[in-house]
Every structure is written in structure tokens, then in C-alpha cells.
Ligand binder design. Structure first.
Ligand code: HPA
Length: 252
């Protein structure tokens, strides 16, 4: 069987990849338990591509309860080595307004209380508990980021190359003061699912890059500081910003 060339993890508003053909579904029980749902493996431009909806296909799993370890292990168990994470985010800095697509190159982790490493619980404890201290200075895989940026250029899809992703706990959105702090810290984007996923991918030895889809101005970051963020705005903007995704994925 041909190897799987790429896995895509879909975030809020992206629950399937309509362009996949000949789809097989895999329900994978991993050593970390069950992932958020079945992994759909199909064909795109003659390559095998896997897709997993991070929150489940019915968006039933909130960011702090996602079994990130099982999601990544399920993909790896199917033979995946490269993961493109789609993350729906709020925009903080001026270039990151709603409907922008960005491929960040840095992140800051503000999440807490999540299982964020392989070095915790089972099967790590029974296996002797070797402690991993993976290098994470560059949290996204350089070669995969470069391939995403090239693919966007090839496909004529506008993509912001770089930026810092701030990963917050959710599921509530942030206060204006929290976003002001993230801005001072150097964050351009804010989302709830960027970590621990990126760190776990590094521990598992997977290539990993993030394609952030800006759904809204983060609290107080846009031209109207009193703007209230609604789920409908988020979904509408994700749908509009995702228009270029099929072409980008084909090129990738
Ligand atoms: N904050 C955090 N996560 C998000 C946002 C936001 O404003 N929009 C979409 N995901």
C-alpha cells in the first residue's frame, strides 16, 4: 500500500476535506486511548492524505479535553510522518485580520493542566520512564513550513509567512487585558489548540507545521474595541478564508 504522504488535522469549522477521493475510514485505538474520531484516508493529486477532525466531526471535544496524544499517535500508527495542523485563531497584530491565512514560525504556550508530554502516565511509566527533553527552539518543522509557503505561492493563495502563535486554555475567549498581554509578549495570533499538539509532535518525531486561519480580531485587537465575537462570525470567516485551502493542499 502506498504510504500516506501528509496528514491534515482540521480545527474549528473544518470537519472534512471535501477534495479527498476513495476515502477509507480508520478507527484507531492507540496506546494513549482513542483519538477525537475516525481518521479518513483518501487520495489527493495521486497521493494518500489523511484527515482527522481535532474536535471530532461534530465538534464535541473542547480544546482542553482533546486527547492530543491519541490524535497524533493514531496518525503515526497509520504511517504518517508529516502533519499539517489547521488552527482557527484570533488575530492580534495588524497584518493578522479576519480571513488571513498564516504559517506561524513561533509559539508561546499559555495552556495549563493539559497532558502535554509523552513523559507522563502510561505507557511511559511502565516502559521505564525515560525523560525526553526535545529541542523546541524552532517549534514548527522548517522544511514542512517552507513547503507550505511554497505551495501557497504556487497555488496563488495569499499566506502570511511567519508570526507567533499564543496558545490559550479556552474554551472561553480571552479578555482584552489578556490579549494586550499576548501582544506585549510578541504574539500575532491566538488560538486554543496549538499546544500541546506541536510539542507532542516533536516528541513523537513527526514533521509538523501550522496553517492558522484567522476567524476574528482577538478581544480588543480590531478597529472596534467593543466588538463582540460570535460563533457565526468565526464560522463565516473560516469558510471564506478556507477557499484557497484545496488549491494549497493540492500544491503541497
Ligand atoms: N481566541 C482564541 N481562540 C480563537 C479565537 C480567539 O479570539 N478565535 C478563534 N479561535
Amino acid at each position: 500500500m502506498q504510504a500516506i504522504d501528509l496528514a491534515v488535522i482540521g480545527g474549528t469549522g473544518v470537519y472534512r476535506l471535501a477534495e479527498l477521493e476513495d476515502i477509507e475510514s480508520h478507527v484507531v485505538e492507540t496506546r494513549f486511548g482513542l483519538p477525537s474520531g475516525p481518521v479518513r484516508v483518501g487520495r489527493l493529486e495521486g497521493r494518500r492524505v489523511a484527515f482527522l477532525a481535532r474536535h471530532g466531526e461534530g465538534h464535541s471535544v473542547p480544546p482542553h479535553l482533546i486527547n492530543y496524544r491519541a490524535n497524533l499517535a493514531a496518525l503515526q500508527d497509520l504511517g504518517v510522518r508529516r502533519v499539517l495542523a489547521l488552527n482557527t485563531v484570533g488575530g492580534i497584530t495588524v497584518a493578522c485580520g479576519p480571513r488571513v491565512l498564516a504559517c506561524p514560525d513561533q509559539l508561546i504556550d499559555y495552556t495549563w493542566g493539559r497532558v502535554s508530554t509523552l513523559c507522563e502516565g502510561e505507557p511511559w511509566a511502565s516502559a521505564g520512564g525515560e525523560v525526553l527533553h526535545v529541542d523546541f527552539g524552532e517549534p514548527y518543522t522548517r522544511s514542512l513550513r517552507a513547503a507550505v509557503v511554497d505551495a501557497a505561492a504556487h497555488a496563488g493563495v495569499e499566506l502570511l509567512d511567519g508570526g507567533c502563535y499564543g496558545a490559550t486554555q479556552g474554551p472561553r475567549l480571552e479578555t482584552r487585558a489578556e490579549i494586550a498581554r499576548l501582544r506585549r509578549d510578541g504574539c500575532d495570533l491566538v488560538g486554543m489548540t496549538g499546544m500541546p499538539e506541536a510539542g507532542l509532535a516533536r516528541e513523537l518525531g513527526l514533521d509538523y507545521a501550522c496553517l492558522a486561519i484567522v476567524a476574528n480580531w482577538a478581544a480588543g485587537a480590531g478597529p472596534d474595541p467593543d466588538e463582540v465575537i460570535t460563533l457565526q462570525d468565526v464560522l463565516d470567516n473560516v469558510a471564506a478564508a478556507s477557499a484557497g485551502l484545496p488549491a494549497l493542499l493540492r500544491a503541497l
